[in-house]
Design a protein around this ligand. Structure first.
Ligand code: 5AD
Ligand code: SF4
Length: 495
C-alpha cells in the first residue's frame, strides 16, 4: 500500500509527542501522545515476553461498525500490536451491536470462550466497545458477572481509544468510560483498511429519526454531519492510497448536511465526490425513504460512478404499522418513490429491510407488506423478526405478536423474497458488466470473486493479480444469489 503525505505527517506527529509533559488537551494531538505512550508500553512488554504482542478485533453488526473496527485496528497497529486471525491474542476487542436482542446474546456467549483463553494467557486483555455498551443494563451486568473484562467504552468516545488503551495497559482494574452523547468529531486518526481498494467513509454519525422499534438513536446519539471538505479530503487521500470504491456511511444519509453551519444536501455532496479523479465507484448506506429527494435520484441517473444499488428500508408495507413505527411515509408514498427510482435508473438494484411481527401487526398488515414486496420486486431483502429493545416506545406496546404467528409470517415472507430475488437476478444473465475484483475464490481454484455496480457477486476464472482492478465480465449463469461469469478483456469493452 502507498504511504501518503497525510500518513507521514501523522507518524511524525506521533513520534514527536513529548511524553515528559502532561498530555495535550487538543485532539487529535492528545491521542497521538497516548499512542506513543501505548507503544512504549507494548515495546517493554515485548521485551519482557521475548515475543510480539498480538491483537484481534471482532466486529458485530453493520457497515458503520466495520468501519469503526478499521479505526480500532489502525490504533492497535500504531500502538505496536500485530494482528492475528485468532481470538487467542494478547488483546481482543469486541465491537458490539445491539440492534436486536440476539446480537447481545452472542456477545455474552463468546465472552465465556474469551475468558477461557485469558485463563491460559495471563497477559491477555479483553475490551468491549460499540452500541451494546451504551446500554446501562449491559454495563451493570458486565461489572457483576464478567469482571475479567479489562476495558469498556461506548460509541461516542471511540476517538479516545488510544488514551483508553494506554490507561488499560497501565492499570490492573477494569477501565469503564461511557459517554451519553457527544458533538465532537475527531479527524485524522490512524485507520487500517481491510481492503486496499475499497473503503467506508463516515459522512455522519447518529440518528434523529426515533423509529419506535429502534435502539440506534439511543446508542448512537444525535445526528452530526462531517464537514464536506473533511469528507472529500478523506476520499482524495484514500484514492491516492489505491482506493477505487468508497461507501459513504450514515444511519440516514439522505438527511446529510442539514445541520452544518453551511448546509449541504447529500445530492450536493455526491456531486462533489463524483468529480474526484481516480475514484471509480461510490456507494452509500442507508437511505431513509422519507428524506430521499428527487435531486438524489437525478444525481444517481446522471453519474455512472454512483453504483446502481439503493438500499431503501421498507420495514412494513402497512401504512397503519408504518405510522406506529414513526416512519413518516405511507405505503403509497413508498411505492411511488420506488417507481420514480426505477423509472430514472432502470438497471438499479433495490434492496430493503423488513421487520415482521411488530406489536399489533395483523395478518392484513402483513399482507400489505407482501403486496409491497411483490410490487417493488426487490433484488434482495433482509428480513428480521421484531426484537423488543428496552427503552424504545415499541417495547412498552401491548399486543406483542405471538412467536408462532411471527415465525409463520417470517417464513412466508422469506419464501416470497427469495423467489423474487432469483427472478430479478436472472434479468442480468448474459449481460456484460464492470466488476471490481475483490478476492480469491476460496472454493474454486483459479477463480476470483468480484462485485457488480448493483452489488451482486460474480465468480469467474481470472488471475489473482486482478484483485483490486475493475474488469469487464460476462454473466453466463445466475445461481440464485450469485453469478458465474467469464472475464472479457479490458475495463473499456463495450457492453
Ligand atoms: N427488531 C428487529 N429488527 C430491527 N431493526 C432495527 N431495530 C429492530 C428491532 N427492534 C432492523 C431494521 C433496520 C435494520 C438495520 O435492523 O430493519 O433497518
Ligand atoms: Fe448495530 Fe445499529 Fe449499532 Fe450498527 S448502528 S452496530 S446495526 S446497533
Amino acid at each position: 500500500m502507498n504511504t501518503t503525505n497525510t500518513d507521514i505527517n501523522m507518524h511524525e506527529e506521533i513520534q514527536g509527542a513529548d511524553l515528559s509533559v502532561p498530555a495535550p488537551l487538543q485532539e487529535p494531538l492528545r491521542q497521538y501522545y497516548f499512542l506513543k505512550r501505548a507503544r512504549a508500553w507494548t515495546a517493554e512488554k515485548e521485551e519482557e515476553l521475548g515475543r510480539p504482542l498480538t491483537c484481534h478485533v471482532t466486529t458485530f453488526g453493520c457497515q458503520m461498525n466495520a468501519r469503526d473496527s478499521e479505526k480500532l485496528l489502525g490504533i492497535l497497529k500504531e500502538a505496536g500490536y500485530e494482528e492475528t486471525d485468532s481470538e487467542e491474542a494478547d488483546f481482543v476487542i469486541y465491537n458490539t451491536c445491539t440492534v436486536r436482542e440476539n446480537a447481545n446474546l452472542r456477545v455474552y456467549g463468546r465472552l465465556g470462550v474469551l475468558h477461557g483463553y485469558k485463563k491460559k494467557n495471563p497477559h491477555m486483555k479483553i475490551a468491549l466497545c460499540g452500541c451494546m455498551m451504551q446500554e446501562p443494563d449491559v454495563v451493570e451486568k458486565l461489572k457483576k458477572s464478567y469482571s475479567f473484562v479489562d476495558l469498556i467504552f461506548g460509541t461516542h468516545n471511540i476517538f479516545k481509544f488510544a488514551e483508553l488503551l494506554a490507561a488499560m495497559q497501565e492499570s490492573d482494574r477494569t477501565i469503564i468510560d461511557i459517554w451519553k452523547d457527544t458533538d465532537q468529531i475527531v479527524e485524522d486518526l490512524p485507520v487500517e483498511r481491510k481492503y486496499p481498494f475499497k473503503s467506508g467513509v463516515n459522512i455522519m454519525f447518529g440518528c434523529n429519526n426515533f423509529c419506535s422499534y429502534c435502539i440506534v438513536p439511543y446508542v448512537r446519539g444525535r445526528e452530526r454531519s462531517r464537514e464536506p471538505e473533511e469528507i472529500l479530503k478523506e476520499i482524495r487521500h484514500l484514492v491516492d492510497d489505491g482506493v477505487k470504491e468508497v461507501m459513504l456511511l450514515g444511519q440516514n444519509v439522505n438527511s446529510y448536511g442539514k445541520n452544518l453551519d453551511t448546509p449541504m444536501s447529500f445530492a450536493g455532496l455526491l456531486r462533489e465526490a463524483v468529480k474526484i479523479d481516480g475514484l471509480e465507484r461510490i456507494r452509500f448506506m442507508t437511505s431513509h425513504p422519507k428524506d430521499l429527494s428527487d435531486d438524489l435520484i437525478r444525481v444517481m441517473a446522471e453519474s455512472e460512478k454512483i453504483c446502481r444499488h439503493l438500499h431503501l428500508p421498507l420495514q412494513s408495507g402497512s401504512s397503519r404499522i408504518l405510522k406506529i413505527m414513526n416512519r413518516r411515509y405511507t405505503k403509497e408514498q413508498y411505492l411511488a418513490l420506488a417507481e420514480r427510482i426505477r423509472a430514472a435508473v432502470p438497471d438499479i438494484a433495490l434492496t430493503t429491510d423488513i421487520i415482521v411481527g411488530f406489536p399489533g401487526e395483523t395478518e392484513e398488515d402483513f399482507q400489505e407488506t407482501l403486496d409491497v414486496v411483490r410490487r417493488v420486486r426487490y433484488d434482495s431483502a433482509f428480513t428480521f423478526i421484531y426484537s423488543k429493545r428496552t427503552g424504545t416506545p415499541a417495547a412498552a406496546m401491548e399486543d406483542q405478536v405471538p412467536e408462532d404467528v411471527v415465525k409463520d409470517r417470517f417464513d412466508r415472507l422469506l419464501k416470497e423474497v427469495q423467489e423474487i430475488s432469483k427472478e430479478m437476478a436472472e434479468r442480468f444473465t448474459g449481460s456484460c458488466q464492470s466488476v471490481l475484483v475483490e478476492e480469491k475464490n476460496s472454493q474454486m481454484e483459479g477463480y476470483v470473486t468480484g462485485r457488480l455496480s448493483n452489488n451482486h457477486v460474480v465468480h469467474f476464472c481470472a488471475p489473482e493479480s486482478l484483485i483490486g482492478q475493475i474488469v469487464n465480465v460476462r454473466l453466463d449463469e445466475c445461481r440464485g444469489f450469485y453469478y458465474m461469469g467469464s472475464l472479457l478483456d479490458g475495463p473499456d469493452t463495450p457492453v
